[in-house]
Structures are given as C-alpha cells and as structure tokens.
Design a protein around this ligand. Structure first.
Ligand SMILES: Cc1cc2nc3c(=O)[nH]c(=O)nc-3n(C[C@H](O)[C@H](O)[C@H](O)COP(=O)(O)O)c2cc1C
Length: 231
C-alpha cells in the first residue's frame, strides 16, 4: 500500500471503510508521517477528512474555522521556502542539543526530509481561525486558550481521519514562522489567522505505535504534585 503504483488513483470509496477502524487503534497509531509520496490525493478524500475535522468542538460553538487546501505548485513552493528557513534554524539547534539521542535524531532526519521534499507533497491543509486577535495587544491566557483551542481539536480529528484512511499526515507549524508572509501566500485577510499546516499524502513508511510518557507520570490527584499513580 505504500508504493507509488498502488497509491495512484485511490478513491474515497477505496479507503473510506478504513474509518471503521477501532478508535483505540487509530489513537495509538496516529503519528507524524513526514515522508510522503508525490502521488495525488483525491479531493473527495481530503474533503472527507475535513468534514470529520468539523465534528470537533469550538469555543461557544463559534465554528470560526476555515481550511485552505493548497495544491497549487507556486503556493507550495513559497510555503516550502518559509518552511526551509524555519527548519534550517530549528534543526541546527536541534541537532546540537540531540547529540547521542538517536530517537530525536531520527525525528530531525524526518523533518529535514520533509523540508527537502516539501514541494512534492500533494496537498497541504492550512487550518485557520477567523477573528484574529489584535497584534501587540496581549490576550489574557484564557482568551488565548479558547482562541487556539478552537482549531486544534479539529486538527486532531483530521489527523485521525487521515490515519484511518491510510493517508500520511502530520501537524506542523514551521511553514508559518511568518504569519504575514503566510497570509500573503494564501491570500488570507488580516482577520483570518493561519494556525498550522497538515501535509497530506500517501505514506512512504507505516503508521505505528507512538512513544509517550507513562500516564502516572503526568497525572496529579486534586493538587499539582500529588501523583499517586506514578511509578
Ligand atoms: C503545536 C505543534 C507544532 C508542531 N510543529 C511541527 C513542525 O513545525 N514540524 C514538524 O515536523 N513537526 C511538528 N509537530 C509534530 C511533533 O513534532 C510531533 O507531534 C511529535 O514529535 C510527536 O511525534 P509522533 O506523534 O510521531 O510520536 C508539531 C506538533 C504540535 C502539536
């Protein structure tokens, strides 16, 4: 399923049954897939992912989201340039800090691979929020939380839908290092905030279990610091 020949021409009908995957299986195997094939992804599959993304909650049920689906080569090339700038800086620091950490170095290699092949990614979905906050006017933490909190549940739904239908996906933010430039590339008005980018394509690799901290290590009972389930 991950070679070029078999991914070509796959339709929604071919993959939609994947959405019946057990929820737990989708959740524990949804991981960032950065190495993608250049083969096109049917628009209906992308729209189905976004349709399921829209089942997520938003603050006050505002549904103040917009999703820009980027397929145009020139727009992808400009976003690739932005991504490259940000990754060069981030990966330089990351490599120095990750010496000896093989797992982190593997992630860095994958981020580098994606940056080097960014223009070949068939589809970029850019989840956005309407109702921009005014730059230079600090938002109280609660307002920030409900503002950005109104997009990320939908992004997670999108990632899970992609995973279930066998599409590779990841949540990335580095191409948006300058939201001013990103707005210009995407034709977004100042009132619409690009929040992240989800590259979509048929995966070169496989989904698999993610590595996370044990639950007891991050759960507190009643008051922070009381961790009866730790260890
Ligand atoms: C807010 C946020 C921003 C992220 N930005 C990037 C990014 O710019 N580039 C990238 O390759 N991955 C990005 N990631 C993906 C994380 O690196 C990834 O989720 C994490 O390494 C866990 O990977 P795994 O799910 O494959 O285990 C981002 C994730 C989040 C939640």
């Amino acid at each position: 399923m991950t070679d070029t020949a078999s991914s070509q021409g796959r339709t929604l009908a071919d993959v939609e049954k994947g959405l019946d995957m057990p929820l737990q299986e989708a959740m524990v195997t949804q991981r960032a897939i950065r190495r993608l094939l250049p083969d096109p992804v049917d628009d209906d599959i992308v729209l189905r992912c976004i349709e399921l993304a829209l089942k997520a909650p938003t603050g006050s049920n505002g549904q103040n989201w917009e999703f820009v689906v980027v397929k145009d080569g020139a727009a992808k090339a400009e976003l690739a340039k932005q991504n490259h700038r940000a990754t060069s800086l981030y990966l330089g620091i990351g490599r120095r800090q990750s010496r000896g950490n093989e797992a982190m170095l593997r992630v860095i290699d994958a981020v580098q691979w994606q940056a080097d092949h960014f223009e070949e990614i068939p589809v970029l979905v850019v989840p956005c929020l309407r109702g921009n906050h005014v730059p230079l006017v600090p938002m109280p933490p609660m307002a920030q939380s409900s503002y950005y909190g109104s997009i990320y549940p939908s992004v997670q739904n999108l990632l899970l839908a992609a995973r279930a239908m066998g599409l590779g996906a990841a949540l990335i933010t580095l191409p948006l290092w300058s939201t001013t430039i990103a707005r210009r590339i995407l034709g977004l008005p100042a009132s619409v905030m690009p929040c992240c980018v989800v590259p979509l394509g048929w995966p070169r690799g496989r989904y698999g279990p993610t590595t996370r901290k044990p639950v007891g290590e991050v759960v507190h009972l009643d008051r922070y610091g009381d961790q009866p389930w730790k260890g």
